[in-house]
Design a protein. Structure first.
Length: 309
């Protein structure tokens, strides 16, 4: 089952995107590309820096609670790399895997490095889930309107829980680390909430770019639902369920499903732009590891950020 799951979630994400293309054609995607201008690019990079620093600080806090050394500068660089890899690779989590294993090797404890990243991601997703559920409870009419998306999402969640129960013995060593991380839960929750606010701000920018003039009290619950569904591990580099849910949510709110799809596509483009510093970090790391001559061993060059790790 564990060998099939990565391919299954990839197929689900591709299936959702295919259905959206069939239903709405490519107009939303073309309109989204036309909506992104230089100001939007600058805003995406600025908000991306903010959310990346906040998320990296959360990771550093969890890692230190687990007894692992992680300077903030190095955490920011690694987080940028992970975000870029998540955006360009189909599974959507390979960047986090690379981040976890790399830090684990540097720290001398790969298993604990992996658990630190896992707990950091769970902390961020828990805040997003709580905010999304609160949005649903505050707007009961959305629940019935979103039923076509919530029922499959519930099915995916059940599968994930079954797999987790099946692997409970493998998760048992993490309980000690979970208790250690929970001692810092107020700071972790605060960093997660601040990062969530940054993601919502970028969503609002995307909505305004495509001409969504609805007030924030109308938009924010819809955008929270999109962030909530992004927690599900059935996307393709972040694409798929997010677009379906925003199309349904905007339609249910009377704003038009096509506009919801366009907002989601613009947000996807802006998040990719926000991750581009990660490409530079990858190139820098690659150049550091290259040998100066064929007969020389690779020599480390001090990195721009987080040197000496």
């Amino acid at each position: 089952m564990t060998k099939i799951w990565p391919w299954l979630r990839l197929l689900v994400g591709l299936g959702i995107l295919t259905a959206l293309l069939w239903w709405h054609s490519t107009d939303a995607f073309v309109d989204a590309l036309h909506a992104v201008d230089a100001g939007a690019v600058a805003t995406a990079l600025a908000l991306g820096l903010l959310t990346t620093v906040l998320s990296a600080a959360r990771w550093r806090l969890v890692a230190r609670r687990l007894g692992l050394h992680l300077p903030l500068g190095g955490a920011v660089t690694d987080y940028y790399r992970a975000q870029f890899l998540n955006a360009v690779l189909p599974a959507g989590v390979l960047g986090d895997v690379h981040r976890a294993v790399s830090h684990g090797h540097r720290s001398g404890d790969v298993a604990r490095g992996v658990r630190a990243v896992f707990l950091e991601r769970v902390a961020g997703q828990a805040v997003a889930v709580a905010a999304g559920v609160a949005a649903l409870l505050a707007h009961p009419a959305l629940v019935s309107a979103m039923a076509p998306a919530l029922v499959p999402a519930g099915g995916v969640l059940v599968v994930v829980l079954v797999l987790a129960r099946w692997r409970r013995r493998a998760l048992a060593p993490a309980l000690t680390d979970v208790r250690a991380a929970l001692r810092a839960w107020p700071a972790i929750a605060g960093l997660s909430a601040a990062a969530l606010a940054g993601h919502l701000a970028l969503f609002v920018v995307a909505a305004r770019l495509v001409g969504a003039t609805a007030p924030l009290r109308t938009l924010l619950p819809l955008l929270l639902l999109a962030l909530l569904v992004m927690v599900l591990p059935v996307n393709v580099g972040g694409w798929g369920p997010r677009e379906a849910v925003l199309a349904l949510a905007f339609g249910a709110a009377g704003l038009g499903s096509a506009q919801g799809l366009t907002v989601s596509v613009v947000y996807g483009v802006l998040t990719f732009i926000a991750s581009l510093p990660g490409a530079a970090a990858l190139l820098l790391k690659h150049r550091e590891d290259l040998p100066e001559r064929r007969d020389e061993a690779p020599q480390r060059v001090p990195a721009l950020v987080g040197a000496g790790q």
